[in-house]
Design a protein around this ligand. Structure first.
Ligand SMILES: *Cc1c(COP(=O)(O)O)cnc(C)c1O
Length: 436
């Protein structure tokens, strides 16, 4: 499978190139050029299939000619010492826990796989520099996954504010390979700086720069694994329609699900669950995309006004708008209903869900009721964040005490960055240079 740009007719590139260059020169995003059919794999796998074995057999099929089974197996083992966990709640709902990775968020899956794959791709003596703009939680996931990887330097840009939970012995000036840099600006400034650095072709060639944001195709692809895993776990126990409900921020997670469907996973629909930052919902319903100003909510991970994956989603709609309108169902949930849903899910099923997951749960209930899907649909709700990360939840009454894993407690420890700079390209490039 090769990758092409969403924007123009540049010739398609290999996966390796899409991962290392991250952004095509025309300003688009990389998407799969043809769809690989993986139905035969899905057919022969079932609830007994091990997650890493599934990854090791599907990856070479998707990346034929680029990764053999032996490499894929090495990558899977090096990336995943955690796996998705599907729990059936009742006839209508299952929950897919994606928060068992080192930092308690689903992004651990994409990031861990990408870091292991980059290390596998790197030849003896080669070096690459990965740039990433990250909010606190993603930053820790990145640092965790990349720490100690041979031939790789990770530069983490994050907006003003505290950074927590990083291990300073892994920082480049202390002999490690991680360079966290605080930007005096917003998250958007960090994203812009990365694109500017990549477009500084001289600097980026010299350091072999790429980015590991959610826009990197190398993070997107591994996210299809858990959709498939959930499907093969449940497929022999389903009588009606199957839906996935996905809490959406930058829409990387949802798009991975859409690829799983395109590659042959039978599914009847995806619920695009948003909080009140829902500009993208109108687009999904067929109206023009008009970004609304950002509002802070309880489900912070979903507070995005212009999703970075806009172009990728748009490419699905340009190809087959009518099909997509019967495949993706947007719903927007406010903070009140989000918290009510956390309580209701706890009362009914005795499980804690974080606020982002609660948005997906409530959105699923709303769509199922509106579309009268009730008795013949089963929804898999993606639990993207560990409930112990949710301070509203952990701060609540003692009778609801939540077990907080050590790894999540460690995320609260403050630390100092390697540099604090203005949001300017020259400042960034010289801060990086000063680490060597
Ligand atoms: C990033 C994140 C999301 C949103 O995922 P996207 O791929 O950006 O749509 C949802 N929940 C949690 C906990 C996250 O960290």
């Amino acid at each position: 499978m090769q990758f092409r740009s969403t924007k123009s007719n540049l010739p398609p590139v290999s996966y390796k190139e899409a991962v290392f260059h991250c952004l095509p020169e025309d300003g688009g995003l990389y998407v799969p050029d043809q769809m690989t059919d993986i139905r035969q794999f899905i057919k022969y796998m079932n609830e007994k299939t091990d997650f890493n074995d599934m990854v090791a057999s599907i990856t070479p099929a998707l990346l034929e000619g680029e990764l053999n089974q032996e490499s894929a197996s090495r990558i899977a083992c090096s990336a995943f010492n955690f796996k998705p966990e599907l729990i059936r709640l009742d006839e209508n709902f299952s929950i897919l826990n994606l928060y068992n990775g080192p930092t308690g968020i689903f992004k651990d899956f994409g990031i861990a796989f990408l870091s292991a794959m980059l290390e596998e791709f790197m030849k003896e003596g080669q070096q690459a520099m990965i740039l990433c703009a990250a909010r606190a939680d993603t930053a820790v996931s990145m640092a965790h996954a990349f720490s100690g990887r041979k031939g790789i330097i990770l530069v983490l840009l994050y907006p003003s504010g505290q950074i927590r939970g990083l291990d300073t012995s892994s920082f480049a000036p202390n002999g490690g390979n991680i360079i966290p840099i605080q930007i005096k600006g917003t998250f958007d400034d960090c994203q812009r700086l990365i694109i500017e650095t990549i477009n500084d072709r001289e600097f980026s060639r010299r350091h072999n720069v790429t980015s590991a944001n959610t826009i990197n195709a190398g993070r997107l692809l591994p996210q299809i694994f858990y959709y498939l895993y959930a499907f093969i776990q449940i497929k022999n126990n389903l009588s009606g329609d199957l839906l996935y409900s996905v809490p959406c921020g930058n829409f990387g997670n949802l798009i991975a699900g859409l690829y799983a469907w395109k590659f042959g996973m039978p599914v009847n629909g995806f619920i695009a669950a948003m909080n009140i930052n829902n500009s993208f919902g109108d687009y999904i319903l067929g109206k023009p995309f008009v970004p609304k100003p950002l509002v802070s909510t309880n489900s912070q991970a979903l507070d995005v006004s212009v999703p970075l994956n806009y172009e990728r989603l748009a490419s699905f709609y340009e190809e087959a708008p009518a099909v997509m309108r019967n495949m993706v169902f947007p719903a927007s949930i406010n903070d009140g209903l989000t918290m009510q849903t956390q309580d209701a899910v706890y009362s009914k099923y005795k499980i804690h869900i974080d606020s982002n997951t609660a948005v997906a749960f409530a959105a699923a209930q709303k769509i199922i009721t509106e579309r009268k899907w009730n008795c013949h649909a089963h929804t898999i709700v993606l639990a993207t964040g560990h409930p112990a990360r949710d301070e509203n939840l952990t701060g609540k009454t003692a009778e609801k005490s939540i077990n907080i894993p050590k790894s999540i407690l460690a995320l609260k420890k403050k630390c100092e960055p390697v540099a604090i700079i203005e949001p300017q390209l020259e400042a960034l490039e010289s801060a990086i240079a000063s680490c060597f």
